[in-house]
Ligand binder design. Structure first.
Ligand code: GLU
Length: 511
């Protein structure tokens, strides 16, 4: 395969094409063959931002013509992930729109009707080659060290021969005649691109023998009838673009403007799916990543914004739209910075928490998390889940956590559940009497004094007064209150738990 990519040097040409006068209509066109992942999310986001920043329309189209690879539930899941991410489409399968339907399997009639035009004008032809023949061709080419490709044999049948074979009920597909004189096309990201597809393939199938269109055909037909002005998609599709442009030409239609988005890589330059492990949007959701944090993370790889993202701050949705600039997308593969994801998430969590309107949402989310993490406590009256406690606790914990899920990890479980008491350990520490005494004193102390500033010196004095080594007393108190040996300072725990919860824990050990 020979491909030459010449970078755009002529800015005027770029601008002329970019600011074409018609209404911007872009689409995200996933195939429901799996979950939405980071690459797909970036494509959807950039289309969305391009539409919003040009007063255009953003369309979601489902490309499900390969029925054998369609996964049940994937269409719904992709739509749900996009909604979660705040990438809202104007026209889509659920909402509909002026060029409905937006699922390719419901548009089969259109493809059948359109292919007749190509058959009639001689740009397409019936192919009766059997799987066996195609297989032999492949094997033969491999043996001779050649690129395996279709030899275009059926191009040369006469009309009568074709009629005869159809009459005999021979199975057929429809192929498109590709041209061997490649033409340069302009890519908004990569500049001028020249790629001779005949070097790597024979005439491609556009309608399969089961009557379904192939991706290339349905994609072009839909982009045309949906009046797509710009196609922004992953660079892996760039090699197919000359074929798509040839189809447009065969129909006598104007092709859209193309821009291909470079690959996203890991920080070390390896392929994303390899090192990163799970790159499904669903996994980030399950980890407790917030949508805006994920979007800021993904734009860190590859540019596309006026102001270079400084990675210290989060862009809001408004800023993303305002700053988006397609001419700033880099054509080299972008690298993700994994350490940034949790930093962005912390920032977003703090932003969301600052706005009281979000508290109800957090209360619900945290309640669900806690109930899921500690199911055995569900029917125990001691689960600490009143709304005030949740928000107070969350505010206190926000600097110690990067995701909501961290709130129920072992070291912070004491915030929600009463740890099992350890009288044995208290005894071993030689603190039984001291704890009893402390409990008696604490009962008398006003709830308003359960503050770190007040409690810290008080506990120090208490240890001194009663001849208990301070460090030992703290260690014992920490395990009585939290069940773990390493954790926040005891006075802070008392503040966050408050008087009643603190006493409840002490008393369980005393008795
Ligand atoms: N259905 C293709 C995909 O799954 C869309 C490619 C395109 O945007 O043209 O990525």
């Amino acid at each position: 395969m020979q491909r030459s990519i010449i970078r755009a040097t002529n800015l005027q040409l770029l601008q002329r094409r970019f600011f074409k006068k018609y209404h911007v209509r872009v689409r995200f066109a996933p195939s429901p063959t799996g979950h939405l992942h980071l690459g797909g999310l970036r494509t959807a986001l950039y289309n969305y931002l391009f539409a919003r920043s040009n007063n255009g329309t953003f369309i979601l189209r489902i490309e499900d013509t390969d029925q054998t690879r369609t996964i049940p539930g994937a269409i719904e899941k992709i739509q749900d992930d996009l909604l979660w991410a705040g990438i809202i489409s104007d026209e889509n399968p659920i909402r509909g729109g002026p060029v409905s339907p937006y699922i390719q399997s419901s548009r089969l009639e259109l493809y059948k009707e359109q292919v007749l035009k190509l058959l009639n004008n001689g740009s397409a032809y019936y192919c009766f080659c059997t799987e066996r023949r195609l297989d032999l061709l492949r094997k033969e080419a491999m043996k001779c060290g050649q690129v395996p490709k279709y030899d275009n044999r059926c191009r040369h049948f006469t009309k009568d021969e074709v009629k005869e074979m159809i009459k005999k009920n021979l199975a057929y597909c429809i192929r498109f005649k590709i041209s061997s004189t490649p033409e340069v096309f302009h890519d908004l990201v990569y500049g001028d691109v020249l790629h001779d597809i005949t070097k790597s393939e024979g005439d491609p199938v556009i309608i399969k023998s089961d009557g379904y269109p192939t991706y290339h055909f349905a994609n072009v037909i839909d982009d045309h009838f949906m009046e797509i002005s710009h196609v922004l998609r992953g660079v892996e599709w760039q090699v197919s673009t000359p074929k798509h442009i040839m189809l447009y030409k065969a129909f006598g239609w104007d092709p859209p403007i193309y821009g291909h988005l470079p690959l996203i890589m890991n920080a070390d330059g390896s392929k994303l799916s390899k090192r990163q492990g799970d790159i499904k949007i669903d996994s980030f959701r399950k980890q407790g990543i917030f949508p805006l944090a994920l979007l800021n993370y993904v734009i860190g790889a590859g540019g596309g914004f006026h102001k270079e993202h400084d990675n210290q701050d989060l862009y809001t949705y408004e800023e993303l739209i305002k700053q988006f600039d397609i001419t700033k997308i880099k054509s080299s593969s972008g690298k993700l910075m994994p350490e940034k994801l949790l930093e962005f998430n912390k920032l977003e969590m703090a932003n969301l928490l600052r706005n009281e309107k979000n508290h109800k949402f957090f209360i619900e989310r945290i309640k669900k998390l806690v109930l899921k993490a500690f199911p055995e406590w569900k029917n125990d009256g001691n689960l600490q889940l009143d709304d005030d406690h949740i928000i107070k606790t969350f505010k206190w914990a926000q600097n110690r956590i990067a995701t909501l899920n961290d709130l129920v990890k072992e070291d912070l479980a004491f915030l929600w559940i009463v740890p099992s008491c350890m009288p044995k350990q208290v005894k071993q520490d030689g603190c039984s009497d001291a704890i009893k005494l402390l409990n008696a004193e604490l009962v008398e102390i006003d709830a308003s004094n359960y503050k770190t500033d007040w409690m810290a010196p008080y506990l120090k004095d208490f240890a001194k007064k009663n001849g208990v080594p301070f460090a030992v007393l703290m260690k014992t108190l920490r395990s009585v209150m939290s069940g773990v040996n390493i954790g926040p300072p005891v006075a802070e725990m008392m503040e966050i738990l408050g008087k009643d919860r603190t006493l409840l824990r002490l008393q369980r050990c005393v008795s």
